[in-house]
Ligand binder design. Structure first.
Ligand SMILES: NC(=O)c1ccc[n+]([C@@H]2O[C@H](COP(=O)([O-])OP(=O)(O)OC[C@H]3O[C@@H](n4cnc5c(N)ncnc54)[C@H](O)[C@@H]3O)[C@@H](O)[C@H]2O)c1
Length: 271
């Protein structure tokens, strides 16, 4: 299992104060990583418990990923606090709106794009720059897309959301291709260094969760029975059900994977 270990690595998770992002932060910490979180809302108690329970360092930064200035300030503070360390970045902050296609306003759509597409893209860009600068041997960026990038979600009115998640999935291989050029090597590698630890690119993959029990879906309690029926396994996911895919993509266990998407949806999109 050593390839799954994140001991000594540093991760950044946006939207990590609660929900899927909090589960990702927890999973990365359980595997040994120090974890910083960017979010708009205060971190839930579950985040505050990670440091003690996992024996890693954690930090919370109030950052609005849809604001270029807030994002840049957040990265500057994080870099300063963590001596520029960064190996793993999980841009997970996201929002949804339940609105009919014919009633969507320019502003509603723009708000979604600012967080789900622009916020995610520039989080990944700033993280990649930091990884290139610090010469990490284990760079991994895990973008959070959605099952909604594969299907018209039958019970929801989310055309713009589906579009933003399609953008995440489409940008993943394109960013991965560019990041594959950044092979980081130890400063003075000996032949045995190279044999034991072959040079790694910065890898970029995405995760597409299905229905997950979080604040985002809490607004639709009446849809729960329908969602349960849509899943082959008859239940909706808890955030912890998505966590393993994130830890896998963040770790060397997935070192030959880049530009790919992992769908964790209880089979919703497969029947
Ligand atoms: N819940 C689901 O069924 C589901 C399914 C597929 C994909 N997703 C995706 O998973 C991710 C996490 O969603 P969740 O279900 O945990 O919802 P959530 O609402 O519990 O979590 C989203 C987090 O993002 C933060 N956030 C929102 N806008 C932000 C901004 N501008 N700057 C910083 N942080 C911001 C929120 O404060 C919140 O903590 C999202 O990208 C979502 O689209 C969720």
């Amino acid at each position: 299992m050593s390839k799954f270990s994140l001991q000594g690595r540093t991760a950044l998770v946006t939207g990590g104060a609660r929900g899927c992002g909090l589960a990702f932060a927890r999973g990365l910490a359980e595997a040994g990583a120090n974890v910083a979180v960017f979010d708009l809302v205060p971190a839930e108690p579950g985040f505050l418990a990670i440091e003690k329970e996992c024996g890693v360092r954690t930090a919370y930064y109030k950052v609005d990923v849809s604001s270029q200035e807030s994002l840049a300030n957040g990265f500057a503070e994080f870099q300063n606090d963590f001596d520029n360390a960064l190996d793993i970045c999980v841009p997970c902050a996201g929002i949804n709106r339940h609105l009919k296609f014919l009633e969507y306003t320019y502003k509603d759509h723009h708000d979604l794009l600012s967080v789900n597409v622009m916020g995610l893209y520039f989080t990944a860009q700033l993280a990649a720059k930091q990884m290139i600068a610090n010469g990490t041997q284990h760079g991994s960026i895990v973008l959070v897309a959605s099952m909604a990038s594969y299907i018209a979600v039958p019970t929801q009115l989310c055309s713009a959301y589906c579009g933003t998640k399609g953008a995440v999935r489409a940008m993943t291989p394109a960013i991965a291709k560019e990041m594959a050029e950044y092979v980081s090597l130890p400063l003075k590698p000996s032949p045995s260094d190279l044999l034991l630890s072959p040079p790694q690119n910065i890898r970029v993959n995405s995760i597409s969760p299905g229905y997950v029990r979080t604040e985002m879906t809490a607004a639709f309690p009446h849809l729960l029975p329908l969602w349960e029926r849509e899943a082959m396994n008859g239940r909706i996911a808890e955030p912890e059900d998505i966590m393993g895919a994130c830890v896998f993509l963040a770790s060397d266990a997935s070192s030959y994977m880049t530009g790919q998407d992992i769908v964790v949806d209880g089979g919703v999109t497969r029947w």
